[in-house]
Each structure stands twice: as structure tokens, then as C-alpha cells.
Design a protein around this ligand. Structure first.
Ligand code: NAG
Ligand code: NAG
Length: 352
């Protein structure tokens, strides 16, 4: 099962990578002028369009790294790298995984470390058809409450699984509930550069983007970067070099609240659209942090796909008892594979 996953991934990802690459030449151009979004992405009240998705920051020079579909076996390694870099990112948590103690612990750790916690949401059976508005809202509310149980606040920034516009009903509901829909204007391609040999290429994606932008416009843009917090991508092993590249180009790493100047990046209620709250680490608060410093890393020394391996001599049952059964691990790989199906639609839509 473990070896089937990556094969599925690359089989599915390859055609899409080609599709997405076709769109890359326009990417830097699109990324350049951030729309004057002073009122925030939720200011229009009509049906959801691409304009409703948060895809850039208010301040040129900012980079908001975001990771969806976690927590996973990869999260802890990312947290360690981020701690060394004193840098903050945004994690879109999939509430389903929080029933496993180890993942719940990792998400709490991420929150306590000062990262912004958003939410990934995927409809059961992937369609809103056959469900009432209230049933959908309740399901979203349940996921949000699961996260609140753990960290004390309800997420506001949301990444919809396959967030193309094919299920406008879901998107309109999510928007009407007061969530901020998050898109991206840079894909770090961690699902493509997903081996020890290739994950350092992720930093090259940043390098190329920053360089092209500067060559073409003579100034910095801002970036909301899409990454995947799953162990079958190179996100964790590629991260040290990514941070050093951001540092080398003098960009500023921010959480999404820093990206949008949002002092209240959590919701008051999981379902009702009745306002927002901040916490001690939110933008504008005393403990809010942005920026980064360079980190040490051994090229090729951080291995992707390194699932937590039980120590050979240790008490294995003790260390593995709270992990998902292999069946769940298998379905996570399938889930990761299905994540990849969103890439061409998003890439093409954003870069048109
Ligand atoms: C978490 O991900 C799995 C696999 O993609 C999905 O079936 C489940 O609905 C997700 N949970 C939530 C709350 O979106
Ligand atoms: C806490 C625990 O499970 N300890 C066990 C670790 O493994 C040794 C040897 O296999 C056992 O004797 C301990 O009881």
C-alpha cells in the first residue's frame, strides 16, 4: 500500500503538471498588481466568483506560505524548520484527521508555535447535491468545532477541496457563513518535486518567480503560496531551502492575517456570520510575528516520504498505537492523489 501511493500520485499529477506549466509564463504577470482589496475578500455579497478568493497580500514583498490537507507525518518536520527560521505560516487543518491523537497534538503544537490555523473542507461524497443548506452548514460547523475544541478558536480562513467553481452552491454557503475563501497565486509544486533528489527544486520555483517579477516590473509582488501538508510531497524536505530563498530575495514571510492586515483571523461562531475575533498572536497583537531568518540544512539530508518509522529496538506498540490504521493511511494517499486533480483547474483559472 505504501508504495502504491506515490505511483498513483505521479500518474495523476503528471498530465496536470503539464497543463499547469502551460500557464506559468503568465503567472508572474498576474501576480504583480495586487487588487486594491482594502475592504477584504468578503466585501461583495453576490454569488462567488474568482474575485472572492484571497490570492495575494496587501503589501508587496510579502509571502504567505499555506499548507492544506494536513496535519500529517510531514507537519512536525515543517514546524521544526519554521521554529529555527522564526517564521510563521498558515495551516489549513482537515478536522477529520484530528480524531487521531498524534495529529491533534501536531495541530495544537502548530497553533501554540504561532502559526495561523485555517481549515480545509471537503464535502462528503464531493457534492452538495442531495443535501439541504442546513445540513451542509452543520457539517462545516462540526469540522470547525473540532478545531475549536483543540485550539480554542474557530477558523475563518478556509480552503475548499477542489475549489474550482463547479459547486457554486457550496462556495456561496461558505461565503455566506463569513469564511474567507483562500486561493493562491503561486503553486510551489511540492507534489511534483516530491523526492529527496528533487525537493530542493521547490526553492527554484520561488527563485524563478521572484526573479522574473523583479526583471519585468522592477519591484516585488506578493504571494499566497499553495503547498500540501502530506508526506507524499516534498513540502517538508524542501522547506529549509525555500525559506533561505525567500530570505535571499528579501521577501517577508507572513501568516494570512498579516497578508490581509486582519486583526481578527478567527470566527466568533462556526456557522453564524456574526463577527470575528483575534488572539494574542493575530496581526496587530503583541505576539504577532512575521519575517524569517536563514536556516541550516543539509542538501538532500532531509528525506521526503519519511513516515514515522518505529524504532527497531523500542516499544513499538507504544509509539504507534495512536496512529491511523494502514487503511486510513491508504485512504490518505488516495486523498492526496485527489487533491492533485484540482491543480489544472486552479492554475488555468488564476492565470488566464
Ligand atoms: C479530510 O480529508 C478526507 C480525504 O480527502 C475527506 O474525505 C474528508 O472529508 C476531509 N475532512 C473534512 C472535514 O473536510
Ligand atoms: C511501557 C512498555 O510497554 N514497556 C515495555 C517495553 O518493552 C519491554 C521489552 O519488550 C517490556 O518489558 C516493557 O514492559
Amino acid at each position: 500500500m505504501r508504495f502504491v501511493g506515490p505511483a498513483i500520485l505521479s500518474a495523476i499529477a503528471m498530465p496536470m503538471i503539464v497543463a499547469a506549466q502551460g500557464a506559468t509564463p503568465d503567472a508572474s504577470a498576474t501576480a504583480a498588481p495586487a487588487p486594491a482589496a482594502t475592504a477584504g475578500p468578503n466585501s461583495n455579497t453576490g454569488p462567488v466568483t474568482w474575485a472572492d478568493f484571497l490570492t495575494s497580500c496587501q503589501t508587496p514583498g510579502q509571502v504567505a506560505l499555506t499548507y492544506s490537507e494536513g496535519p500529517s507525518e510531514a507537519t512536525m518536520e515543517m514546524l521544526e524548520t519554521l521554529k529555527e527560521a522564526q517564521a510563521k505560516v498558515t495551516f489549513f487543518t482537515n478536522a477529520t484527521w484530528l480524531q487521531y491523537m498524534q495529529y491533534a497534538g501536531v495541530t495544537r503544537h502548530a497553533y501554540i508555535d504561532g502559526h495561523l490555523i485555517g481549515m480545509t473542507y471537503r464535502l462528503p461524497s464531493d457534492t452538495s447535491a442531495g443535501r439541504t443548506d442546513n445540513e451542509i452548514k452543520e457539517d462545516i460547523g462540526r469540522a470547525s468545532r473540532t478545531i475549536q475544541d483543540l485550539i480554542g478558536v474557530y477558523p475563518k480562513y478556509i480552503k475548499i477541496h477542489e475549489s474550482n467553481l463547479k459547486d457554486p452552491r457550496l462556495l456561496n454557503l461558505v461565503k455566506s457563513m463569513g469564511y474567507t475563501l483562500v486561493g493562491f497565486n503561486m503553486d510551489e509544486y511540492d507534489y511534483k518535486y516530491n523526492t529527496a533528489a528533487t525537493s530542493s527544486q521547490i526553492a527554484e520555483v520561488f527563485n524563478a518567480m521572484f526573479t522574473k517579477q523583479m526583471d519585468a516590473y522592477g519591484r516585488k509582488a506578493s504571494y499566497v503560496v499553495a503547498g500540501y501538508d502530506v508526506p507524499t510531497t516534498g513540502a517538508a524536505s524542501g522547506m529549509p531551502k525555500v525559506i533561505n530563498t525567500i530570505q535571499a530575495h528579501a521577501y517577508d514571510m507572513v501568516r494570512l492575517d498579516g497578508c490581509t492586515n486582519d486583526k481578527t483571523p478567527y470566527k466568533k461562531d462556526p456557522i453564524l456570520n456574526n463577527g470575528y475575533v483575534g488572539d494574542a498572536k493575530s496581526f496587530g497583537a503583541l505576539e504577532y510575528k512575521h519575517g524569517q531568518k536563514s536556516v541550516n540544512y543539509t542538501p538532500g539530508g532531509n528525506q521526503p516520504n519519511k513516515d514515522a518509522t518505529p524504532s527497531p529496538a523500542g516499544n513499538e506498540s507504544k509509539t504507534t498505537q495512536n496512529k491511523p490504521a494502514s487503511k486510513s493511511a491508504g485512504s490518505r494517499l488516495a486523498a492526496a492523489a485527489s487533491v492533485m486533480t484540482i491543480i489544472p483547474a486552479l492554475a488555468i483559472a488564476y492565470f488566464l
